[in-house]
Each structure stands twice: as structure tokens, then as C-alpha cells.
Design a protein around this ligand. Structure first.
Ligand code: HEC
Length: 185
């Protein structure tokens, strides 16, 4: 499927999905993430032509329910996995210019683009679990915990490239200025 087709398809899914959520929230007032997945899996039966990367996620459980508590250690772990499994294509900084890409492999979109940043953690989880277009699945190399840790690390990378000076606290600014002028690296 061409990328543009995929996005069209995805947009369609979102619309259908929101409808499904509306319908099913009538019987499940406390609609939560699980509910959304549930609605989606019901849809799979009724609308077989609707397919997306997400459809191949094992829907007998909710990925979010397996989500780690974020802390420095999990972030460090995510960074370690990311540097091993993702930088060859996505690059250290996530801009999409890793080694393999420099040798001719299709170059992935930057994690810092508006479009990729806007996508949900679940979408990322689906990509890592099932592959996406030219990208292979990493399900056999990254445990569920590893995947979440990697996603948290990607979010941290995104933040690092897109945060505004005005969003930082006084202490954070001091910290950064010192790091920059202190020459310690
Ligand atoms: C062998 C190269 C390669 C490796 C390694 C790789 N990717 Fe990718 N990735 C790609 C390519 C190419 C695309 C774009 C695929 C397409 O659009 O057809 C992509 C797309 C993605 C996307 C979707 C971006 C979007 O368009 O929204 C995410 C998220 C992603 N990769 C995460 C990861 C993570 C996390 C890892 C490490 C576990 C990883 N990738 C490892 C090549 C790679």
C-alpha cells in the first residue's frame, strides 16, 4: 500500500472508530482506552474491509494496560534499546538519517515532524509490534516493556527538539546554561 493511501485509510479508520466509540459508550459509560480497543475489535468483524497497521495488534489485551511506570531507569533502558534497534535507520536524534539510510535504505520520516509527533503512543506501539510499510516488526527483539521504554525515549527525544525556552522553569534554564558553558560532556 502506498504511504498516501495508508494515511487516507487511517483517517477513515479514525472516523469509523470515533463512531464506534460513540455507539459503544452508550453501554459503557466510563469509556476508556480498553473500550476503544474493544470497539475496534468489534468493528473488525462487521467491517472486514477496514484494515490498518493497528489491526494486527493482539486485541485480547490492551497494550496500555501493560504500560510501565516511567522513571529515569526505564528511560535509560529505552535509550539503550533505541540506540541498538532504531538508530541504524532513524538516527541518534530521530531525524531519520541513520547509517542504513545513508547506504540507500528508504528513509523514515523524522520523529520531529508535526505529523509523527501528533501520532499516539498506541500507534507507535503498533508500528514497533507489527512493522509499518518498509519497516519490519521488532516484536521478536523487543519485549512489551522494551517497546514502551523505547516509546518514552522517542517522546523525550521529541521534547528535546521541540521544547520552547519559555516552557522551561528557571531551574531547568540554569541547568542548561551551565551544561552549555561548563564544557562537561
Ligand atoms: C531498517 C530501518 C529501520 C529500523 C531499524 C527502524 N525503522 Fe522505523 N521506520 C523505517 C521506515 C523506512 C519507516 C517509514 C515506513 C513507511 O512509511 O513505509 C519507519 C517508520 C517508523 C514509524 C512511523 C512513523 C510515521 O510515519 O508515523 C515509527 C513510529 C518507527 N518507525 C519507529 C521505529 C522504532 C521505535 C524502531 C526501533 C525499535 C524503528 N522504527 C526501527 C525504518 C526503520
Amino acid at each position: 500500500m502506498k504511504r498516501s493511501d495508508f494515511f487516507r485509510q487511517e483517517t477513515k479508520n479514525v472516523t469509523i472508530l470515533s463512531l464506534a466509540v460513540l455507539v459503544s459508550s452508550a453501554c459503557e459509560p466510563a469509556m476508556n482506552h480498553e473500550g476503544r480497543l474493544h470497539a475496534d475489535s468489534m468493528l473488525q468483524n462487521s467491517v472486514p474491509s477496514v484494515s490498518s497497521v493497528d489491526d494486527t495488534v493482539d486485541r485480547s489485551w490492551s497494550p496500555k494496560s501493560t504500560r510501565l511506570v516511567r522513571n529515569k531507569l526505564t528511560l535509560k533502558h529505552g535509550q539503550n534499546r533505541f540506540n541498538i534497534y532504531c538508530t541504524p535507520c532513524h538516527g541518534d536524534d530521530g531525524a531519520g538519517n541513520g547509517m542504513i539510510v545513508q547506504h540507500g535504505f528508504l528513509n523514515p520520516p523524522s520523529f520531529h515532524s508535526e505529523e509523527v509527533r501528533r501520532k499516539s503512543d498506541d500507534f507507535y506501539f503498533g508500528v514497533i509490534s507489527n512493522g509499518y510499510g518498509a519497516m519490519f516488526s521488532y516484536a521478536d527483539r523487543l519485549s512489551v516493556n522494551d517497546r514502551w521504554a523505547v516509546i518514552d525515549y522517542i517522546r523525550a527525544l521529541q521534547l528535546s527538539q521541540n521544547i520552547r525556552w519559555s516552557d522551561l522553569t528557571e531551574k531547568e534554564r540554569r541547568h542548561l546554561t551551565e551544561a552549555k558553558t561548563g564544557g562537561k560532556r
